[in-house]
Structures are given as C-alpha cells and as structure tokens.
Design a protein around this ligand. Structure first.
Ligand code: COA
Length: 342
C-alpha cells in the first residue's frame, strides 16, 4: 500500500486586525479578561463587501500551497474543503474552489463538516484516498468566516471574543517509497478520528435547521432569537477538550510506538491558549515543541491547524524527517489526531 505526505502548505488571513480593545467598543469585555482566559490578543475579520469569503480565502491559501508543492491546479485529482461557515447553505465551498482553481478541470470536491476537527478529518480522508491508490494529489483546505455570524453584543461575548477568520491549505501527495534520505521518510503515519454526538448542543448553531426553517424564522421575525448565533457551554467544552486532546494524542503515540519527547513539534488546534498550555504540561512537552499562534488569530476552527502549520514551516520550525503531531477538538463533539513524519 502507498503512503501519503504533505507536499506544500499555504495560508491566507484577511488584512483587517480586530484587537481586544476594538471588541470592547461593542460589548462589555476587556483586553485583560480576554488575554487571561484565552491568550488571544487580536484576530482578523473580513471586511464585508471587500471580497474575502470562505471560498475566496480558501482559494488564496490554496494558490500558495500549490506553489509551495510545485504543482498546478490542473495536476490535482481531488479537493477536500473543511468549514463550518460555508458561503452558501448549499452547495459547500468545495465546488466554488474547483471553479476558481481550474473551471474545466472537473475533479471531485468533498465538503467536510467537522468544525474544529475538520482539517484533521479532511487530512485523514485524503490520506486514505492516496493509500488506496485512487488519487495522487489532493488539495485539503480549511477556511472560515466567523465574523459574519457572531453576536457582537455583550450577550454573545463569551463566544465572539474567541473566533477569527482565515484559511489554510495543504497539498497531499504520494510519498516516495525509498528511505535513503530525510525526504524519503516523509509520510502521514496515522490518523485517529472520534466523535461523541451526545454533546452536540454544547457548542452549536441551531438555526436555520429542519426544526426551525426559514419560513418559521420569517413568520416569527424575532430579533431576540439567539438560535442563529453560536452557543457554547464554555466550561463544559474546556473540560472535555483537555481530556480528549490528551487521549487522542496518546492514541497516536501508542499506535506508532513513539514517545512525546520524540516530537519535534505539536500543533494543537488553536482553541484557547490555556487548553494548549494544559496539554503541553500534561504531555511533558517543552515550549519549543508546541506551536501556538492563537494570540494573533483567535480560534479559526477548521483553518487553525493549516494556518499554524504554514507559519511553522515558514519559520523553519519543521525539517523533513521531523515528527509532527496535529491534534484537534471541537463542536460535535469531535476530536482527532494525525502523526506525521514531516
Ligand atoms: N468578557 C468579560 N467577561 C466575560 C466574557 C468576556 N468576553 N465572557 C464571559 N464573561 C464573564 C461571564 O459572564 C462570567 O461572569 P459572572 O461570573 O459574573 O457570571 C465570567 O466572565 C466567567 O465566565 P466563565 O464562562 O465561567 O469563564 P471561563 O473561565 O470558563 O472562560 C471561556 C470562558 C469561554 C474563555 C472558557 O470557558 C473556554 O475557553 N472554554 C473553551 C472554549 C473553546 O475552546 N471553544 C472552542 C472549542 S474548539
């Protein structure tokens, strides 16, 4: 059976920086509260009407990833697009990206709905398609526009201060099967995926839905209806996150007979700096073994890991042959890990 590897990475974030002090103009919050509880100092928001959408940001990140991989869009066999904030209710943004990249290259485009774990789920699907020999080059994208859907009043402050907009992308391809140099060792070693739907409503956007369809919404015309905004039971999410992150990281280490001390880098989904620090401590990792950029971007859900990966590569934090752990937890609940020989 073949193996897959990441051939190229890229990311794109909108120019518009929103600081914690900016948010305190709209809601009762403060820079100190946000930094102490989440580690976030600023995030990016798209400017409505300026052209950045979930699909267009995914496209811009993809162009960089394709360039980094040294291939053209016409050489792709498949697209996998992870997001919880698609431009349209349907179709998903995978087909928009297909059109933007190469309209006559009519490859398949799959949309992934696994929120903060979406990128690792998408990477796992890409890995399986390459292992079986069905495809040779797959574009995997995570992109989110959260700002359009947040309650930017005091009512929504526990959620709205956390989330930001942005996109990241990787090109996954067939790994070489020789092992006589560092590049020859590169491969996705394993992926582990989990879910626990009993907690689906602890972090969710409920409307519009099959139970609260557009016709009801229009009839009710209720400006106090909060169900269009994300609901998050923050403490509950936090407690589950720290346990599930640790479990799924250990699952990957054990499956591969690897110790955490052997990891060159761990990139946790950027949910909350306190969560990342807790996992780092629990796994006994040094500061240089963990990559965090939530301070600058907030939580960008499916985009957070590929944005962080792209920055880590640009900063020279990963060399071919290094061991890289990706781990995520989020709405669903879903959680996942990927162990990669970079
Ligand atoms: N600014 C100021 N005060 C705020 C606030 C904000 N943005 N958001 C909430 N508060 C207030 C609350 O109203 C509460 O006030 P009270 O004590 O008068 O009732 C107080 O701060 C403490 O709220 P609490 O929710 O208990 O705080 P917390 O320490 O749990 O931190 C989160 C809140 C959301 C930061 C934290 O629970 C968290 O990070 N959870 C995980 C979130 C996450 O990772 N989500 C993504 C998963 S992928």
């Amino acid at each position: 059976m073949k193996s897959s590897m990441i051939l190229g990475v890229g990311h794109f974030v909108p120019d518009h920086v929103v600081t914690n002090n900016d948010l305190s103009q709209f809601m009762d919050t403060s820079h100190e509260w946000i930094v102490e509880r989440t580690g976030i100092e600023e995030r990016r928001h798209v400017v409505p009407g300026h052209g950045d959408t979930t699909a267009t940001m995914g496209y811009r990140a993809s162009l960089i990833a394709l360039n980094n991989a040294g291939i053209t869009a016409e050489e792709l066999d498949f697209i996998i697009f992870a997001t919880l904030s698609p431009d349209y209710y349907f179709p998903g943004p995978g087909v928009q990206l297909q059109e933007m990249l190469a309209p006559d290259h009519t490859i398949g485009a799959l949309d992934i709905r696994n929120q903060c774990s979406g990128f690792v789920y998408a990477l796992s699907v890409a890995d399986q398609f390459i292992r079986t020999g069905m495809y040779r080059r797959i574009l995997v994208v995570g992109s989110e526009v959260h700002s359009a859907g947040l309650d930017m009043t005091t009512r929504g402050r526990n959620v709205s201060v956390i989330f930001g907009d942005g996109a990241g992308a990787v090109v996954v391809g067939v790994a070489p099967q020789h092992t006589d140099n560092e590049l020859g060792k590169s491969k996705i070693l394993s992926t582990h995926l989990h879910s626990e739907g009993r907690h689906a409503r602890e972090l969710a956007v409920i409307s519009p839905s099959t139970q609260h369809w557009v016709s009801h919404i229009m009839n009710e015309n209720n400006p106090n209806d909060e169900s269009y905004y994300p609901y998050m039971n923050g403490n509950f999410v936090f407690k589950h996150a720290i346990n599930r992150f640790s479990e799924v990281i250990n699952e990957a280490l054990m499956a591969n007979g690897v110790q955490s001390s052997e990891l060159k880098l761990m990139i946790p989904h950027q949910a909350n700096l306190r969560i990342s620090q807790y996992i780092q401590q629990k796994m006994g990792l040094r500061d240089d073994q963990v990559f965090n950029n939530i301070m600058r971007y907030g939580n960008t859900t499916a985009a957070s890991i590929p944005i962080a990966l792209s920055e880590a590569v640009s900063e020279g934090r990963l060399q071919r042959g290094d061991l890289l752990m990706l781990a995520a937890f989020g709405s669903g609940f879903t959680w996942a890990s990927a162990l990669i020989r970079w």
